[in-house]
Design a protein around this ligand. Structure first.
Ligand code: NAD
Length: 261
């Protein structure tokens, strides 16, 4: 249990990668604030399970990642209720798949807000608390799409490239304060986010579901396997250890070889 004195805020942790990271940090003893959308009862069950499974405190905050005021309140609440914000995982994200000329402007704005700007707002609010304790870990769930593009994902690719830039800037600014900032960039991870984009991709490319999985999704991934949420979570835990104190400003790929090509 390496993280018993730490508290972590994980955005977008009611499902998928964020939930796996939250549970993995809790397993190491960190107190947790989860965040995200979903059915209230299901979220409460998720929160309570973290407390009972790992014997830590777990809170839920429903801040909408498109609303800067709510984001600031979430960080302040974590600080006041958990005593510190030592680990910040910027993970909330959505996707929309469409040719650029049909891309709805409101979807563009929403993706930039959730996948990019929310990380600025959380970092801005959490940094003073991390500086005060001379220790911090910022982990941004970026994507292979922070390094390379795919067609029909203009907003997502733009947001993730932006997140990689924010990560580097923040790492430089905070390097002397015991605070690291890194991106984890998975390839395709089997989560609701990936499952939900299959119908739109079928439409955009006129393909069957099997074709989308094999020809579009796993085509890019030389191992021909999806990354698992637990693999991403294990890397996030490692980035919180002392062994990782000199890893900062990095964008660490976990993509089955995708971006090696
Ligand atoms: P997911 O859909 O399972 O989880 C997304 C989370 O974000 C959910 O908890 C959802 O409630 C939350 N969220 C969405 N809109 C929100 C809002 N307005 N305010 C607060 N929370 C909001 O998806 P996932 O695959 O686990 O994705 C998590 C992150 O990983 C995303 O940033 C995504 O871009 C990134 N990623 C995913 C993959 C993949 O293949 N699944 C690959 C690379 C990167």
């Amino acid at each position: 249990m390496s993280l018993t004195s730490r508290s972590a805020v994980i955005t977008g942790s009611t499902s998928g990668i964020g939930l796996a990271i939250a549970r993995a940090l809790a397993k190491e003893g960190a107190n947790i604030m989860i965040n995200g959308l979903g059915d209230a009862q299901a979220i409460e069950a998720t929160r309570a399970a973290i407390e009972t499974d790992f014997g830590v405190r777990a809170l839920y905050h429903g801040a909408d990642m498109t609303k800067p005021g709510e984001i600031a309140l979430m960080i302040e609440t974590a600080q006041s209720q958990l005593g510190s914000v030592d680990i910040l995982v910027n993970n909330a994200g959505i996707q929309h798949v469409s040719p650029v000329e049909d891309f709805p402007p409101e979807k563009w704005d929403q993706i930039i807000a959730i996948n990019l700007s929310s990380a600025f707002h959380t970092i801005r609010a959490a940094t003073p608390f991390m500086k005060a304790r001379k220790w911090g870990r910022i982990i941004n769930t970026a994507s292979a799409h922070s390094l390379v593009a795919s067609p029909f994902k203009s907003a997502y690719v733009t947001a993730k490239h932006g997140l990689a830039g924010l990560n580097k800037t923040v790492a430089l600014e905070l390097a002397a304060f015991g605070i690291t900032s890194n991106c984890i960039s998975p390839g395709y991870v089997w989560t609701p986010l990936v499952e939900k984009q299959i119908p739109d991709t079928m439409k955009a490319r006129n393909m069957t579901k099997e074709d989308v999985i094999n020809t579009v999704l796993l085509a890019a991934q030389p191992t021909k396997q999806f990354v698992t949420v637990d693999q991403v979570a294990a890397l996030a835990v490692f980035l919180c250890t002392d062994a990782a104190s000199q890893i900062t400003g990095a964008n660490i790929s976990m993509d089955g070889g995708w971006t090696a090509a």
